[in-house]
Design a protein around this ligand. Structure first.
Ligand SMILES: Cc1ncc(COP(=O)(O)O)c(C=O)c1O
Length: 396
């Protein structure tokens, strides 16, 4: 076969690179690296014994039916559970408006499939979640980045972007954003909702971290501020376990019908076996107790990391102050490139994610994402102290 100039691949895949974070994760798995790079929930907190019991129980209760093909929308009882849980946020969600997906990552892919034509303008947070950028890039979206500040989206930029482009989608992570850890303030949410209501755009609220709050007050969901134009995503990855690959999409019926078609074509349905185990777990255990444990631990880890950074990093370091989730966002002196810092740090067995990869607009090269959920207290303290020494060598 003569393949010298022949490129058999579709345009959409040729323009997308592998995720930098996935590549870093490969490195961090290999040795004694202290990793602040991943967005991994802490393995010590997985409810292993309870899940073992749930697995046993579903085999006993459902027998071979458990291993059969199932429906595209997902387990009805699990969707009822999700709908009921939203009542705590005063949201009245119909079960028919919920589709179970393979994590919220698949939800992003399905939304790309359903909405994005080549060069369609899509508003994204700058910096924003890499996985969403990758998913939408495959559908050849044109990204319009709107800057993220401590209180949320830059409203002036959002107004300008919305008025000069007919953006189909606005992608937002308003609670404990990935990568910055910030949350949109109540005023910011209301201002965004006002602007979006003037348009025909849909706002995707991606909310995998919403239940991981260790301080502060819950803010309004866009589904209550902008019900006709919000698509809401959720996930069990960070609250229970990512290996189940279970998340969900809440969307109005006209969108849901398209999503179901896209999902049928993609995989027929999400793993019904893991849906059954997860539902059994939710029946037999108190999820709020479990979340309390997680949030207590993550809050502690965040404080340890914050204190260590304040103690060891240079005085002019800036840090976000997350009220939940898994990440801190750190800005160093403008002269420092965190990509260069990363190359040295990894030789000293410390990993983090350089900020560059998260930008679609203007890049701030001196930024980095630090995860505090994966490493234990001792490793956080040591890793930050060692990283500070390397930063010092770059500052001189
Ligand atoms: C903002 C955001 N959305 C979606 C995902 C994907 O999560 P999952 O597919 O495991 O539900 C992640 C994972 O880190 C995330 O940070």
């Amino acid at each position: 076969m003569n393949t010298s100039h022949y490129n058999p691949f579709a345009e959409r895949i040729n323009n997308v690179t592998p995720s930098f974070i996935r590549e870093i994760l490969q490195v961090t798995k290999q040795s004694d690296v202290i990793s602040f790079a991943g967005g991994l929930p802490n393995e010590q907190l997985f409810p292993i014994e309870q899940l073992k019991k749930s697995s046993q129980k579903v085999f006993e209760n459902y027998g071979s039916q458990l291993l059969q093909y199932s429906n595209t929308e997902g387990d009805l009882q699990l969707r009822q559970w999700i709908a009921k849980r939203y009542k705590r946020q005063n949201l009245h969600i119909n079960v028919e408006d919920i589709l179970i997906s393979n994590g919220s990552q698949q939800a992003l892919d399905l939304l790309g499939k359903v909405f994005i034509n080549k060069n369609d303008p899509i508003i994204v947070e700058n910096p924003g979640y890499l996985g969403a950028l990758q998913a939408f890039r495959l559908y050849q979206a044109k990204f319009l980045g709107v800057d993220i500040h401590d209180n949320g989206m830059d409203i002036t930029q959002l107004q300008q972007t919305l008025s000069s482009n007919k953006a189909k989608l606005i992608y937002a992570v308003p609670n404990f954003q990935n990568p910055t850890g910030i949350s949109y303030s109540e005023e910011n949410r209301q201002a965004i909702a006002l602007e979006v209501a003037k348009t025909e755009s849909y706002l995707i609220q991606d909310d995998p971290y919403g239940e991981l709050r260790f301080s502060g007050e819950q803010k309004s969901n866009f589904m209550s501020l902008l019900p006709q134009q919000t698509i809401l995503l959720g996930s069990f990855s960070k609250t229970i376990a990512p290996a189940f690959r279970l998340g969900w999409i809440v969307a109005p019926q006209e969108i849901m019908k398209k999503l179901v078609i896209a999902k049928q074509a993609a995989d027929l349905h999400s793993n019904s076996f893991s849906q059954a185990i997860l539902y059994q777990y939710l029946q037999d255990n108190n999820i709020d107790e479990h979340l309390k444990k997680l949030n207590h631990y993550y809050g502690q880890q965040k404080n340890i990391m914050e204190t260590a950074i304040k103690q060891y990093f240079p005085q002019n370091t800036k840090l976000t102050n997350p009220e939940g989730g898994l990440f801190l966002w750190c800005s160093l002196d403008k002269k420092i490139s965190t990509l260069e810092l990363f190359k040295t740090a990894i030789k000293h067995n410390i990993a983090f994610v350089p900020g560059e990869s998260f930008y679609t607009g203007k890049i701030e090269k001196n930024t980095m994402r630090l995860n505090y959920s994966g490493a234990d207290s001792f490793a956080i303290e040591k890793g930050i102290k060692d990283l500070a020494k390397i930063i010092k060598t770059k500052s001189n």
